[in-house]
Design a protein around this ligand. Sequence first.
Ligand code: AMP
Ligand code: ZN
Length: 114
Amino acid sequence: MNDCLFCGIAAGDIPSTKVYEDETVLAFRDLNPQAPVHILVIPKTHITSVNALTEENAASATACLLAIPKIAAQEGFAAGGYRVVSNCGADAGQTVPHLHFHILAGKRLEDSMA
Ligand code: AMP
Ligand code: ZN
């Protein structure tokens, strides 16, 4: 039994506020937003992080990236600009070990990324 939180969200077993979905990708609002717009984009299949990407599973990560400009257009924050972040491992503070891209938007974001 897979007890991954984001696999549970992708399967619909755990509720989320969906923003975008296609065959490969789900995007939903972060429960603890760090900007006026804070969306998480995940592949529906389990990949632990960027560090687990391979030639075999890279297509679903690419699909996540391709979804981002669609979400930006849909949600209306493309013109103002936005930041895309993927925390990878302990030193980056990754808390959910299922690949996800944070989209942060809706204000002038901090200059510092670290
Ligand atoms: P990270 O720290 O990069 O692994 O990001 C995990 C993100 O998932 C954090 O920003 C959390 O606020 C968010 N999060 C945790 N649980 C949920 C949930 N059930 N629904 C939506 N976002 C969540
Ligand atoms: Zn997972």
